[in-house]
Ligand binder design. Structure first.
Ligand code: NAI
Ligand code: 15L
Length: 267
């Protein structure tokens, strides 16, 4: 059991699914976000912290023995927003970690790091990034920071290229990319407690039938997903006709993210 687990991005969708699953894993869960969390439990504490504020992030990280870093911009947005949260924010986090005893980090990377691969291409942890937007590029930056701080300072990070972590898959693409919160929580616990973590790239998917990503390279961690999107297949397929094979949502791993323009502040 951890003493104090930090969860950034605590007001967001993924953290909201994960929080109940950490009750038996850490004595205290420190939640942080720029948006208030209104149902803070007895074993939780809330820090209002902008990841763009270096001093605040330093204070946030102090005293924590594990970090699940979910905070930041989670979709395609103008560069100024992405830079503050996903570039500056990640730099502040790693600097704070380095100066606070190197707690392990679970870094919420994204499938949009490899979004321009086609869905008929099979990837493993060695895949060269092909991001599908500035958001994906920012996650490449985060992955590179994890690698740098591991090699230079021994900070251990699980780089998790999350597919789609929602209560249910919303469309046919997500039948391949879906990650249940339960599988994600089991992965996080494994990574925090494994004798050796290192700095692996893990694809965040459940045990789905149709997948594009292999986690053979990280079997040493002992994480095996137990859920599958298959139980949602009939519902998803009944909801909409299949897209044509050349439509981005059916062609590229990143789906519609490949269609976004470069958004500007004034948009
Ligand atoms: P979300 O957008 O619901 O939550 C992100 C949280 O970060 C928000 O509550 C937001 O207020 C906070 N945040 C944004 N900028 C901030 C800043 N400057 N300082 C402090 N907090 C800030 O995203 P979601 O879906 O919960 O995703 C969590 C993480 O997982 C994100 O990093 C996202 O990129 C990543 N991810 C999520 C996937 C999914 O399927 N939900 C798939 C791939 C990656
Ligand atoms: C992501 O990276 C996003 O944060 C999430 O909102 C979904 O769009 C997910 O990828 C996805 O590709 O389904």
């Amino acid at each position: 059991m951890l003493e104090k687990l930090l969860v950034t991005g605590a007001a967001g969708g993924v953290a909201t699914q994960l929080r109940p699953l950490f009750a038996d894993f850490a004595k205290t869960v420190r939640l942080s976000d720029v948006v208030a969390v209104d149902d803070v439990k007895e074993t939780e504490e809330f820090f209002d912290c902008d990841l763009a504020d270096e001093k605040a992030v330093f204070e946030l990280v102090a005293g924590c023995d594990g970090i699940v870093h979910l905070g930041g911009i989670s979709v395609e947005k103008p560069y100024s927003l992405i830079r503050a949260a996903n570039l500056d924010g990640v730099y502040h986090l790693y600097e704070a970690v380095r100066q606070n005893g190197n707690p392990r980090i679970i870094f919420a990377s994204s499938n949009h790091v490899v979004g321009y691969y086609r869905q008929d291409e099979h990837l493993d942890h060695t895949a060269i990034p092909k991001p599908d937007g500035l958001y994906g590029v920012s996650k490449c930056f985060g992955e590179a920071m994890a690698s740098l701080y591991h090699d230079k300072f021994g900070v251990e990070t699980a780089i998790v290229r999350i597919g789609s972590c929602f209560p249910e898959p919303a469309d046919r693409r997500m039948l391949s990319t879906w990650l249940s919160a339960q599988d994600f929580a089991r992965m996080i616990k494994r990574c925090m407690l494994a004798p050796r973590l290192g700095c692996p790239v893990i694809y965040g998917i459940s045990d789905n039938e149709t997948v594009w990503w292999s986690n053979e390279g990280t079997r040493y961690l002992g994480w095996r997903p137990q859920d599958s999107s298959e139980k949602f297949r009939d519902k998803v397929e009944a909801a909409a006709p299949p897209p044509g094979p050349e439509e981005p949502v059916a062609k590229y791993q990143g789906g519609v993210f490949t269609t976004h323009p470069i958004f500007k502040d004034e948009d």
